[in-house]
Design a protein around this ligand. Sequence first.
Ligand code: AMP
Length: 193
Amino acid sequence: MLNIALFGPPGCGKGTQSKILIEKFGLTYISTGDLLRKEIAAQSNLGLAAKKIIDKGGLVDDDLIVKLIEKHVENNHEHGILFDGFPRTHVQCYILDGILADMGHSLTAMLSLEAPEDILMTRMLERAKISGRSDDNETVIKMRFKEYQEKTLPVVEFYQRQKKVHIINGVGTIEEISQRIDNVINSLLIARN
Ligand code: AMP
């Protein structure tokens, strides 16, 4: 099992790289952002509660994220799971470790995609033209960067203590970044064999 958490600030390319990774390694994809957007579209209580926070650029409460994961994560992952945008807080690191332990597994690695904020902002404003996402506008994006700095960066420290963090340069073409990720995963697979 290859259980990967793909980590990084808004706009770093997690969604794009996730699609490539799940194809290549046959991983189950769990994106809390996508699951929340599904709940919003379905107008569930969970979705309605989350929308208020997402539209302001905040982070959805950990207890709602637990409910979301319980609702959507099943226990049949042949090759492993790719988590995109989760964990995003210190508490969520414990939640993730608990979920994987229940399955008899653990996190293989956290891949942290890094890029400067000005590049991220440009990418996201470009994406906003086609994404239709209500949280892809400059004011909300700035708030999302702030939340990332304050609440999400401690997640890296948590997994650094477990020696599981791999920093990846997130500046370049999709192919270049994908190659960097591949190099890390291949080295993990070699180290395991
Ligand atoms: P994303 O699609 O990953 O960029 O997530 C979009 C928004 O959903 C974020 O700005 C948060 O408001 C919310 N969100 C997604 N995943 C989480 C999470 N793990 N914890 C808290 N909020 C989340």
